[in-house]
Design a protein around this ligand. Structure first.
Ligand code: SF4
Ligand code: SF4
Length: 118
């Protein structure tokens, strides 16, 4: 399959126009890089190293694309299907599918009848 080439900086600017920051509910879930279950079946959540769990914000937010190569603009994150399905940016997209890590967390919350502490 051919690789699509695009100007990352342009994509970031266009993405910011289409998807304004103020829609974000700052749940922090899209800064999760990995989820696995421990020996007791409890999800262990691994965040991006720049994520601040106390504030639920990114420590390098305004320079994130220069400082962290793997950080995706909103438009890239949607195409890569990196967001939870109830994220306000994707919740109304019929063809959107979330990655499995959010299901692992949600299933655990249902079993425990409580919200997971992010
Ligand atoms: S998952 Fe959506 S609402 Fe939550 S922090 Fe990411 S962009 Fe914001
Ligand atoms: S660099 Fe990107 S993925 Fe990492 S904490 Fe900041 S916004 Fe989240």
């Amino acid at each position: 399959m051919a690789t699509i080439r695009y100007d990352k900086n342009k994509a970031i600017k266009i993405s910011a126009e289409i998807f304004p920051d103020n829609i974000c509910e700052q749940c922090g879930r899209c800064c999760i890089t990995h989820v696995f279950k421990d020996g007791d079946g409890i999800p262990v959540i691994v965040y991006c190293e720049h994520y601040n769990p106390k504030t639920k914000l990114c420590n390098i937010y305004y320079n994130r694309f220069e400082k962290e190569d793997s950080c995706l603009s909103m438009i890239e994150g949607i195409l890569a299907q990196a967001f939870p399905k109830d994220c306000p940016y994707v919740k109304d997209l019929k063809n959107y599918s979330e990655p499995n890590c959010y299901k692992i967390i949600r299933d655990f919350e249902k079993r425990k009848k409580g919200k997971f502490k992010y």
